[in-house]
Design a protein around this ligand. Structure first.
Ligand SMILES: Nc1ncnc2c1ncn2[C@@H]1O[C@H](COP(=O)(O)OP(=O)(O)OP(=O)(O)O)[C@@H](O)[C@H]1O
Ligand SMILES: [Mg+2]
Length: 258
């Protein structure tokens, strides 16, 4: 196994129970600084539930979650976002009736509320601060080739572009770790290829680490340096892409049908 970089996110014996269902059970994830890590497995394996615990939507019933060595489990979603974790959703969540630009501006404003707000307030005029946010929003949209869509209403965008806009919005909160829940779902092969390239740029140009849930195995195997496999809430394998692709238990539980 090749060496991995210093830990950014670590979950230790992470678990959650919904009534009689152990949706996630004893999961040990690790995302190194600057890594792209995959989280895969069949439908209902507990992947999104892991994201929900990491982002504070659900409180784990067992185990712990640390970011940069500090415990974050049990914290509010806004606090976890402030500490550097942003996500996208399996079912796209945008401000559907707002413009593309405003979707990003709202995210930048939220970030400003916590981080740069004081410095923003000190600027000579509110208008200049607004102009700065607008400029930053357009820069981010440019990375995703969405500037031409700035004034379009979000709900009118093709599906693939809505997914990209969601990533831009997550990025606007200036995360250390980006959690992407099936970003390629509903994309055509050309959009998926573009997304693969974009995820590479995110880590290079923005220095973010990425934890990726995805059913598109060509995408996962191409960009992840490490992969965790869940099945019925339990981790059944972890390792490099080639090892995962050849793991009999993974093939039986998931890859055989994928
Ligand atoms: N709030 C909840 N209450 C009860 N059960 C839940 C809740 N959230 C998730 N579950 C259950 O936990 C299990 C794991 O669901 P989860 O959404 O994490 O799966 P997944 O791996 O993301 O699957 P998919 O690939 O289909 O998105 C499922 O059986 C699901 O029905
Ligand atoms: Mg899911």
């Amino acid at each position: 196994m090749s060496e991995r970089s210093a830990s950014l996110l670590v979950t230790d014996s992470l678990g959650i129970q919904f009534g009689g269902l152990r949706a996630v059970d004893g999961v040990q994830l690790r995302v190194g600084s600057g890594e792209v890590v995959g989280l895969i497995g069949p439908n209902g394996a507990g992947k999104t539930t892991c994201f929900n615990m990491i982002t504070g939507v659900y409180k784990p019933t067992s185990g712990s979650i640390s970011l940069g060595g500090e415990r974050i489990d049990g914290m509010a979603t806004t606090e976890i976002n402030r500490r550097g974790i942003a996500r996208t959703f399996q079912n796209i969540r945008l401000f559907r009736s707002m413009t593309v630009l405003d979707n990003v501006r709202v995210a930048l404003h939220r970030q400003a509320d916590y981080g740069i707000f004081s410095s923003v307030l000190r600027l000579p005029s509110y208008r200049r601060a607004e102009a700065q946010l607008r400029k930053r929003a357009l820069e981010l949209l440019d990375v995703f080739s969405l500037v031409g869509r700035s004034n379009d209403i979000a709900s009118g965008l093709p599906y693939g572009e809505q997914r990209k806009l969601e990533i831009v919005r997550a990025l606007a909160t200036n995360p250390k770790l980006l959690l992407l829940d099936e970003p390629a779902a509903g994309m055509n092969p050309q959009e998926t290829a573009q997304l693969t390239e974009l995820i590479g740029r995110l880590r290079r140009e923005f220095g973010v680490s990425i934890l990726l849930i995805e059913h598109d195995m060509s995408l996962v195997m191409k960009i992840c340096e490490h992969i965790y496999v869940l099945d019925y809430g339990k981790e059944i394998a972890q390792g490099e892409p080639t090892a995962i692709q050849n793991n009999q238990q993974v093939i039986k539980a998931y890859l055989g049908e994928a």
